[in-house]
Design a protein around this ligand. Structure first.
Ligand code: IPM
Ligand code: MN
Length: 361
């Protein structure tokens, strides 16, 4: 009996609808009727219409379905009185309410994509940033102090449970990979500022406690400032990097920049029971609705979703579909005929989608 999966989709704002619907088209081509898609509203534009950035019905659908696929959310002009953006609450509420503690961001140089770092070729940059996704400095979202417009503070929160589970995830992920391109060594690098702040010294200490159970995986240490240089000078050294929420947010964009940009940066936001999949880019309102956005990041996020579902449900056929989607994207990028704008070409969102679907065949 072929298993079918219910997928909640949230188009969101800006380019979100275009890239999300593109990923749905590719996933339908790859998996046929095995995936049933249920489109739900959410984001800044929906907030303007309804007052809810994440409607209860949408959250319920994400809870009850097998996985959630999202385009992008946020319109810079839609802010709360405190100045923070409304649209970002779609992601943040889903992360905290579904407890999606591991934000998995592959950093991989594909054939056909030119890295801004000289001389690196496809396969030489291939690591994964695992960003703790439910605490750190983000624990203060909506809870910071702004006193009389004279003083403002946000608290950085690090819990033992939070570090244990994200570090364990990182070590287990390294065991499923084949080590860093440079030396084939399974390695997990903790990115922190343990030299300066007790909260990060605590993060590192718990990382070490967890890592002691993985003698086959090398433990590596890098301060958040230093790692930005290492990611440019020795990207082939890295296998898995684990970081607190805010540092993970920052270095994952730098990592994406070294392999072609946010237009191809996929993400899987995973908890014990739920998964949210989306490109790591934003809503790019300046190019919204013009068929200009690259769907590659969201399509690759869809492949991460298939693989996650395949692993959870022991569904080998779905795992093969994930590989087919990834290979189709790689083939289109390697061929270099249909190239998205962010990678120097002029292909529309539709043209990229059609090229990836053809490559699937
Ligand atoms: C990301 C984004 C989000 C974040 C925003 C959109 C809430 O930058 O997913 O990297 O700050 O985490
Ligand atoms: Mn970010």
């Amino acid at each position: 009996m072929t298993k079918t999966y219910d997928i909640t989709t949230i188009d969101g704002d800006g380019i979100g609808p275009e890239v999300c619907q593109s990923a749905v088209a590719v996933l339908r081509e790859a998996c046929g009727s095995r995936l049933r898609f249920d489109a739900q509203p959410g984001g800044a534009a929906h907030y303007l219409r309804s007052g809810a950035v994440l409607p209860d019905e949408t959250l319920a659908a994400c809870r009850q379905s097998h996985a959630s696929l999202h385009g992008a959310a946020g319109l810079p002009e839609v802010t709360y009185p405190d100045g923070t953006e409304v649209g970002n609450d779609l992601h943040l509420q889903l992360r905290f309410k579904l407890d999606l503690f591991a934000n998995v961001r592959p950093i991989r140089l594909y054939k056909g994509v030119q890295s801004p770092l000289r001389d690196w070729t496809a396969g030489q940059i291939d690591y994964v940033i695992v960003r703790e996704n439910t605490e750190g400095l983000y624990a203060s979202r909506g809870a910071g102090i702004n006193l009389r417009g004279e003083l403002a503070t946000d608290t950085l929160v690090v819990t033992r449970k939070g570090v244990e589970r994200v570090a364990k995830f990182a070590f287990e992920l390294s065991r499923r990979r084949s080590g860093a391109p440079r030396d084939g060594q399974r390695r997990v690098t903790v990115c922190d500022k343990a030299n300066i702040l007790r909260s990060y010294a605590f993060f590192r200490a718990v990382f070490d406690e967890v890592g002691a159970a993985y003698p086959d995986v090398q433990r590596d240490y890098a301060y958040a400032d230093a790692i930005t240089v290492h990611m440019l000078k020795k990207p082939d050294f890295y296998d898995v990097i684990v970081a607190e929420n805010m540092f993970g947010d920052i270095i994952s964009d730098l990592g994406a920049g070294t392999v072609g940009g946010l237009g191809i940066a996929a993400s899987a936001e995973l908890g014990e029971t739920h998964g949210l999949f989306q490109g790591a880019h934003g809503s790019a309102p300046d190019i919204a609705g013009q068929n200009l956005a690259s769907p590659v990041a969201t399509v690759l996020s869809g492949a991460l979703m298939l693989r996650w579902l395949a692993d959870r449900h022991g569904d080998a056929a779905l795992g093969e579909d994930a590989t087919r989607v990834e290979r189709a994207v790689e083939a289109v990028l390697a061929e270099g005929v249909t190239v998205p704008r962010d990678l120097g070409g002029d292909a529309s969102c539709t043209a990229m989608t059609e090229a990836i679907c053809r490559a699937l065949l």
